[in-house]
Write a protein that binds this ligand. Structure first.
Ligand SMILES: [Zn+2]
Length: 276
């Protein structure tokens, strides 16, 4: 009796090819199957070969710099062996997940935030640092839009040029002079956009909702100045330092006097009325 043979066409992005290769290699180890890849009627040694072929197809002049910008691929998989039906079920499931992710990426993600605090240079640098992590490792493009200005905050090359303040997104962000109540839009595109959105949302929604220093008679605006694993530190324009505990749920986060002041010399001894 000949071995069962199944075939089906699938679509995926170039970025998803390595994961598909891993999936196929796991399946061929786990099940009694051989899985062959066909790309544009050509049999390819393995699915990674599709990347090389599709790259070669692009005109040398407009070849994308990285695979994140390559067009989607359509491949055919031929599954042969006694477990081919079981392998097909797993592959259909895998490519369905790829396709859901592709739709999400194409849409990108957008969210609006009303700032609770003044967006000063240190807060801008924190935003750029979080964004840079996602842009570099996960190929996400992260933009902050305010009125008619758009700043790509995750551009790692620009962040690296510390001396070139004209193109440093952190300085550009600070220049917007955003105060509590300003509405900004965060737009993220690319694989893993939702993770970048999650991290930046945590930062942008953190902290006191009034954005004013609680020291009696001070009430100048607060800005985040330090972002640590367990706390976010805020400072008012007169140098009073406050922090919230990130390990507590958002609704239980409360401003506490902080020792991590950056700009000013905290003067709680004198000013803070409820000091323990
Ligand atoms: Zn103050």
């Amino acid at each position: 009796m000949p071995e069962p043979k199944l075939e089906k066409e699938f679509e995926l992005t170039c970025c998803q090819v390595p994961r598909a290769a891993l999936m196929i290699s796991l399946l061929t180890r786990k099940l009694q199957v051989k899985i062959m890849t066909v790309y544009k009627d050509k049999m390819v040694a393995d699915i990674m070969g599709v990347l090389t072929l599709s790259m070669a197809e692009c005109e040398p002049g407009n070849r994308p710099k990285d695979i994140g910008h390559m067009p989607d691929l359509r491949i055919k998989l031929i599954i042969q062996g006694s477990d081919s039906a079981a392998a097909m079920v797993e592959l259909i499931d895998f490519f369905a997940r790829c396709s859901r992710q592709r739709i999400l990426e194409k849409k990108g993600l957008e969210k609006e935030f009303i700032l609770k605090w003044r967006l000063g240079l240190l807060a801008a640098k924190t935003i750029c640092r979080i964004a840079k992590k996602f842009q570099a490792r996960l190929k996400a493009t992260i933009k902050i839009v305010y009125k008619d200005k758009t700043i790509i905050v995750g551009d790692c090359n620009e962040v690296a040029e510390i001396n070139n303040t004209d193109s440093d997104p952190a300085y550009l962000l600070e220049e917007l002079g955003l105060m509590p109540g300003s509405c900004i839009k965060l737009a993220i595109q690319g694989p893993n956009a939702e993770y970048a959105m999650e991290d930046l949302t945590e930062f942008l929604t953190s902290g006191p909702s009034l954005g004013r220093c609680p020291v009696a008679g001070c009430s100048s605006t607060l800005a985040p100045v330090c972002y640590l694993d367990e706390v976010i530190v805020y400072e008012c324009e007169r140098g009073h330092s406050w922090e919230i505990d990130r390990t507590r749920p958002v609704e239980k986060q409360k401003l506490q006097p902080s020792k991590f002041g950056i700009y000013g010399k905290p003067s709680f001894d004198k000013d803070f009325p409820n000091k323990a």
